[in-house]
Design a protein around this ligand. Structure first.
Ligand SMILES: Cc1cc2nc3c(=O)[nH]c(=O)nc-3n(C[C@H](O)[C@H](O)[C@H](O)COP(=O)(O)OP(=O)(O)OC[C@H]3O[C@@H](n4cnc5c(N)ncnc54)[C@H](O)[C@@H]3O)c2cc1C
Length: 477
């Protein structure tokens, strides 16, 4: 029996543009292994649920290529299992698609240390990003801290090309190792009733679904620049969920989109705008690599002194989507029920929490991390800091979204708010009713009720007053 090629799966559930998979196959019969470990279980419930769907879908895709052998799923820690597994199978190389979060970096270090005595090593492969972070540097070799020059640099360099075609036949490692059958896998038992709701509103998972979604989006990309801020329309790609679990790579997105822009010039401007958003994702990851504290600490350290509140009834009402502000509550209900929320609404919801309610952005980040099916540690952290005003290239704190004006502009007919709020301008539709049916009884939600109009101005004044006081006591300008 030749030594197998071992692939340690984390966030790379695809056959196309997966250099780690290709390298493992080149080493020998494939053993693809995934761990239900502390890191996985520390993740938010909705994104764990989504990860489970990605696992099942990729397992089925692998079985088709190998004649029946899918992913070996093990409970426990990678640094504990892998050395024993590799010693037993006589493997010397472990392949992983790099997922450069601080926690994963620490785990990779532990795995390396555990493999060393065996003379075995961990090979990290690209695929999660458009470009290796070391390739995108300022003139003096530093890290970009502002989006626009970063985006220009990415455009100029051009993203790396995707790896060649997906393998059509794969020789599997047939050593019996046990493991968990993915078909019965439930990674998020703690979702309780939320699971049925997510399932009801879920978009199809898997690599084929991601590619189909991209192609469908590119057919209508001309409408993206005007439509992308409208939560009442379906104008964005919906690819973030697929990207979050690696069912599609950003390089594949880039290559397919660039080709389409060439073939269909009427979509070129829309595609350029779309790719500029994909670069925002890239920017967030490059920042996280440079500043691993991004999800936990203000990027501009002086903002640690800002008098954000950490808890209180306002936070509870915000988490329960009962703030009395229609666009805010609609967005939070959409997220609770579907795991998704439109980007424009995410900004408004985050601004309401950090500015009108003066609550710490980290409380909002944690709630999003628990509820989003597209949870991405870099994008979530960068965007929360951006809205809160303490991040790199952030919106200034004094720029405070007025949710009513945002709603007038981006949900002009109220279609989005009506959809999610029972009691907002009509009878409850199926989504609003489903939200009410999915929440814990303690939330005690009757028909949606608007809060007093005065809270818009009062919250804004309180935020500006806090900023003035903060400025007077720090060097913040
Ligand atoms: C407070 C807040 C928290 C967020 N948390 C997340 C998160 O956990 N996971 C996540 O993927 N996105 C997050 N975003 C970014 C953005 O809201 C989503 O990427 C977007 O809504 C996904 O929808 P789409 O795929 O249809 O986007 P499209 O408009 O089709 O954009 C294409 C892709 O570009 C990327 N992108 C778009 N906007 C952004 C952005 N502002 N920042 C980074 N990348 C972007 C995404 O990968 C997206 O799939 C957050 C934004 C805010 C304001």
């Amino acid at each position: 029996m030749p030594a197998p090629g071992i692939l340690w799966l984390t966030r790379d559930f695809r056959l196309r543009d997966n250099p780690a998979l290709l390298a493992a196959i080149a080493d020998g019969p494939l053993l693809a292994v995934f761990f239900i470990d502390r890191l996985t279980m520390a993740q938010g419930a909705a994104s764990r649920w989504r990860l489970g769907r990605a696992l099942k879908s990729f397992d089925a895709a692998l079985r088709m290529r190998t004649g029946g052998k899918g992913i070996t799923i093990l409970r426990g820690e990678a640094d504990d299992h892998l050395p024993r597994l590799m010693e037993r199978l006589g493997a010397r190389r472990l392949h992983q698609s790099d997922w450069p979060t601080p926690d994963m970096r620490a785990l990779q270090d532990r795995v390396r240390a555990a493999l060393e005595p065996l003379g075995a090593g961990l090979m990290l492969h690209p695929g999660h990003l458009l470009l290796h972070p070391d390739a995108v540097r300022t003139g003096d070799g530093g890290v970009y801290r502002v989006y626009s020059p970063f985006a220009r640099a990415v455009q100029k360099l051009g993203p790396d090309r995707p790896a060649p075609d997906a393998p059509s036949r794969i020789t599997p490692c047939t050593e019996p190792l046990g493991g968990i059958d993915p078909t019965g896998l439930d990674l998020a038992p703690d979702l309780h009733r939320g699971q049925a709701a997510l399932e009801r509103f879920a978009a199809p998972a898997g690599e084929d679904a991601a590619l189909a979604r991209l192609d469908q989006f590119l057919d209508h990309a001309a409408a993206y620049p005007d439509g992308r801020d409208r939560p009442d329309l379906t104008a964005t790609s919906g690819l973030s969920e697929h990207l979050a679990v690696g069912e599609i790579s950003p390089r594949t997105i880039w290559a397919r989109a660039a080709l389409r822009a060439e073939m269909a010039p009427e979509h070129a401007a829309g595609i350029a705008k779309f790719l500029s958003e994909v670069i925002w994702r890239e920017f967030s990851w490059h920042l996280l690599i440079d500043f691993p504290g991004l999800p936990a600490a203000c990027w501009r350290a002086e903002w640690e002194g800002f008098p954000w509140r950490k808890a209180g009834p306002e936070l509870l009402r915000w988490q329960r989507a009962q703030t009395g502000v229609a666009l805010v509550d609609a967005g939070l209900r959409q997220m609770w029920l579907t795991g998704r929320m439109h980007n424009r609404v995410r900004m408004v919801v985050a601004s309401w929490l950090t500015k009108h309610l003066l609550i710490d952005w980290r409380a909002g980040l944690a709630h999003f991390a628990d509820c989003l099916t597209d949870w991405d540690p870099a994008a979530n952290a960068m965007n929360w800091q951006w809205v809160a005003g303490c991040g790199p290239d952030a919106a200034p704190y004094f720029r405070i979204f007025n949710p009513e004006k945002q709603a007038e502009q981006y949900d002009p007919d109220g279609g989005y708010r009506r959809r999610w709020l029972a009691g907002f301008g009509g009878a409850a539709g199926p989504e609003a009713a489903a939200w009410a049916g999915s929440i814990p009884p303690a939330w005690d939600a009757g028909p949606w009720q608007a809060g007093p109009a005065s809270m818009l101005a009062e919250g804004r004044e309180a935020a500006l007053a806090a900023l003035a006081e903060f400025r007077a006591t720090t060097s913040e300008t």
